[in-house]
Design a protein around this ligand. Structure first.
Ligand code: 5AD
Ligand code: SF4
Length: 449
């Protein structure tokens, strides 16, 4: 590779949406002849893909940009492309004044313009050989055999604590044909599993209302129709999806998930709180009983479901009773996994105007109680899997031991198992679960699947 090639580095904060966008940025930069580097200090361009969902995430992104600014001041020619959810929330001139290292910013609603913006701001790289065959290899959040596919952008749910709708804008669904073509392209380039992404994925297509751009997508629930078609059109591909709003998951969609072998039985169903009063103040659009009914239906239809959830602790007005309701909900539902968050006030959200006078120490103590309880439940759920045989896709060596391999099932069980010579990344294998751990399962290789 000639020396004139510019090097880039991408730092991603936040959710799978950002990971998917970063993958796309990487692909475009690769195509334009940039080369990836392992560190920002050796790069000419650093894309900082920011998250603002909680104040801590925003602070981390800002201090990261500060670090690059210092690298620049110490003599490097590095520039930053500011991306992600911080962009729509700040004035571009102001942030550039604060951090002159920023070359330009790209709004998450306009990621399609990334290529043009790069060409506008950076000199084209002369005589670069195209990096080709290993581009796809590196283009993935999990492994090169797994790909994220965005089916829509934005969120119009307006949960009162959440800044995402402001950062990500209104729903914008992609046409079925475009999604299908991207999946085909991904498969041609090695993908064996895909995760369909949308911030509130069950709203897929609702932005079209009467002007449906594609006659082939029909029915009263366009997400279900999409899932139905994709799972039929790509029968050999594992299909996963994120994230379902708990008020919008229809029984018919659950029936579909139950009826297809290639659709993941991992359902991430954020509830946020177990208390009716708090759910109302959060504007979640349902109460705990509705949630229990939904969970009951899911458990009946999909006995091997892996339910997971998000819970916020310390939302304004959460008293001890309300918090206990969250603990009670965890005990009753017995999720496989729960992502727990301390409430973080976000500017200009409805909840930011609510009285929030609970001391932070109390909030932290509640969070710890919740985490401790869920850890026990997760371990119990994992224990229930001991003795079962699961099919997993091998993702590579286990983090802690090179002699072990790591793989993931269609339903997101992470399994560490004994390395076998003839098995490599991307293979499907059957493993027998022999031991439970907090985050993972320990398995024994049985055969190729
Ligand atoms: N404070 C704490 N957690 C939040 N989340 C969203 N906004 C906030 C906030 N202001 C959590 C929710 C959501 C997840 C992605 O982040 O639980 O489901
Ligand atoms: Fe935020 Fe609610 Fe939209 Fe999720 S559904 S991104 S929590 S507003």
């Amino acid at each position: 590779m000639p020396e004139t090639c510019k090097k880039y580095f991408i730092k991603t904060f936040g959710c799978q949406m950002n990971i998917a966008d970063s993958n796309r940025f990487a692909r475009i930069l690769d195509e334009l002849g940039f080369t990836r580097s392992d560190s920002p200090s050796e790069s000419d361009l650093v894309v900082v893909n920011t998250c603002v969902v909680r104040a801590k995430a925003e602070d981390k992104a800002i201090s990261y940009i500060g670090e690059i600014e210092r690298i620049r001041k110490s003599g490097s020619k590095v520039s930053v492309i500011l991306a992600g959810c911080l962009v729509p929330l700040v004035n571009e001139n102001e942030i550039k004044r604060r951090f002159p290292v920023i070359l330009f910013s790209i709004n998450p609603e306009n990621v399609d313009t990334f290529r043009d913006l790069v060409l506008e701001h950076c000199k084209p790289v002369p005589d670069c050989e195209k990096i080709s065959d290993d581009v796809i290899q590196k283009d993935s959040g999990k492994s090169s055999f797994h790909a994220f596919v965005n089916i829509m952008r934005g969120c119009e749910q307006h949960c009162t604590y959440c800044i995402v709708p402001k950062a990500r804008g209104n729903n914008a669904s992609r046409k079925y044909e475009d999604i299908r073509d991207e999946i085909k392209w991904r498969i041609d380039n090695g993908a064996k599993a895909i995760t369909l992404l949308g911030q509130s994925i069950l709203d897929y297509g609702k932005d079209w209302q009467d002007k449906k751009p594609i006659s082939s997508i029909k029915g009263d629930d366009l997400f279900r129709d999409l899932l139905d078609r994709i799972s039929i059109e790509f029968p050999d591909i594992w299909i996963k999806f994120l994230t379902s709003h708990s008020k919008d998951l229809l029984f018919e969609t659950i029936d579909l998930i139950a009826s297809r072998d290639n659709i993941s039985k991992f359902i991430h169903l954020p509830i946020q709180s177990g208390d009716d009063g708090i759910l109302k103040k959060m504007n979640r659009g349902h109460n705990r009983d509705d949630y229990f009914k939904l969970v009951e239906y899911i458990n009946n239809k999909i006995p091997d479901v892996r339910l997971s959830s998000d819970i916020i602790v310390g939302f304004p007005g959460e008293n001890l009773d309300a918090f206990e309701q969250s603990l009670d909900l965890l005990r009753r539902v017995r999720f496989f996994k729960v992502f727990t968050f301390l409430y973080s006030t976000r500017p200009s959200t409805a909840a930011a105007r609510m009285k929030d006078d609970l001391p932070i120490e109390e909030k932290r103590a509640r969070l710890n109680r919740l985490i401790d309880l869920q850890n026990l439940i997760t371990l119990e759920r994992h224990k229930e899997l001991v003795g079962e045989k699961l099919i997993i896709m091998v993702e590579g060596p286990a983090l802690k031991s090179e002699e072990m391999l790591m793989g993931r099932s269609l339903s997101e069980d992470i399994v560490i198992f004994n390395s076998v010579d003839f098995v490599s990344t991307g293979d499907f294998v059957r493993v027998k679960i022999i031991e439970e751990r907090q985050r993972t399962l320990i398995g024994e290789f049985v055969d190729r699947a």
